[in-house]
Design a protein around this ligand. Structure first.
Ligand code: SAM
Ligand code: SF4
Length: 324
């Protein structure tokens, strides 16, 4: 369906948990985390009901996210069920990759279409500093296994001043040496993300061009998102930039989100949402649910409000609680 600004909304990001096995500095505090109670997290049945209604009004692509989606029990089964919903053409997953190697084959068999793996550095010490855990080895094994099985893999990296500035060239090398796309995502001032300094996409591009030579901008659309892609000579994969801050892409926004507790969010950056869980638990029928989604999507905000930080509407949660 189209929203009031004429944008086609066909993509939904669904968080299945607010728990995570890492503690990335810009996403989650080290301790003092108040997790959502288990009974307040949507069940798979409830998620399926929402997706069935969403599919009826034009949602075709689903991204499973979190927290870390692979820590939720039964995730393979959920993916299988989502793939079977009429109208859903694509189900993909974003993960930190720590648990991937043990489950990637099952994910592929369940019909998962692609995997995004978040990785900010290849340096073990810096990985520990950023994620507060020593899990780089596991992530790299997960990437190897996913590539070997032939599932489409993208690496997502958040460049941050003083943390991984010197490592971006090595991360980009994934796209040189393998058929993997690498995307650099500008840090957004959400929750803990406000405490760190982003590196703009122009700066990242310049750094890469110093080592790999001039890049060619590409019109190719890979995946569901707002990434702008570039081709570097002799690279097997592409390099993408997602720049919500320096290159606002709200005009082309195609997505809605649902948090693990069932709050429908029309824009990542606003604290407003529609609490679907009480409705689902009050036996709302299919048609009513569909109507609520339709009305909510129609009034999706025109653009984000990062650049008006005094706005009362600004989202204060950490990304781990929203779903990235
Ligand atoms: N745990 C999974 C992962 O790391 O891919 C899924 C959830 S995580 C919240 C999704 C994505 O959000 C990750 O790629 C992470 O780097 C990104 N992210 C978290 N906080 C961010 C921020 N403040 N700005 C930009 N990206 C952020
Ligand atoms: Fe966990 Fe992903 Fe957030 Fe890192 S970015 S703390 S892996 S949810």
């Amino acid at each position: 369906m189209k929203d009031q600004h004429g944008r086609k909304i066909d993509y939904m990001r669904i968080s299945v948990t607010d728990r995570c096995n890492l503690r990335c500095l810009y996403c989650m505090p080290k301790e003092g985390i108040e997790s959502v109670l288990h009974e307040d997290i949507l069940t798979f049945e409830e998620i399926i009901r929402v997706v069935e209604a969403a599919a009826k009004i034009g949602i075709q692509k689903i991204k499973i996210t979190g927290g870390e989606p692979l820590v939720r029990k039964g995730i393979v089964d959920l993916i299988k069920r989502l793939k079977n919903i009429q109208g859903i053409e694509q189900v993909t997953l974003t993960t930190n990759g720590v648990l991937l190697k043990d489950v990637v084959k099952e994910l592929l068999e369940a019909g998962l279409d692609a995997i995004n793996i978040s990785l900010d550095t290849l340096n073990r010490i810096k990985y520990q500093r950023i994620t507060r855990k020593d899990k780089l080895e596991e992530v790299l094994l997960g990437i190897e296994k996913a590539v070997a099985l032939g599932i489409k893999v993208k690496i997502n990296c958040v460049p941050m001043k003083e943390f991984n500035e010197a490592d971006l060239v090595d991360i980009a090398a994934f796209a040189k040496n393998r058929k993997i796309d690498v995307r650099f995502i500008e840090l957004m001032p959400i929750g803990l993300g406000k405490s760190f300094q982003l590196i703009t996409y122009q700066d990242v591009k310049e750094k890469l061009e110093k080592i790999y030579g001039r890049s060619q901008s590409s019109d190719i659309v890979l995946g569901n998102g707002p990434a702008k892609y570039y081709n570097f000579k002799d690279f097997q994969g592409s390099i993408g930039f997602i720049s919500a801050i320096t290159n606002e892409f709200c005009e082309e926004c195609n997505r809605i989100r649902m948090t693990a507790e069932g709050d429908l969010k029309l824009c990542l950056h606003y604290n407003k949402g529609i609490a679907l869980r009480p409705l689902l638990r009050n036996d709302i029928n299919k048609e009513e649910l569909q109507k609520i989604l339709e009305e909510a999507i129609y009034i999706k905000p025109r653009n984000h409000c990062f650049l008006q930080p005094s706005s009362n509407d600004l989202e204060n949660k950490n990304m781990v609680q929203i779903g990235g």
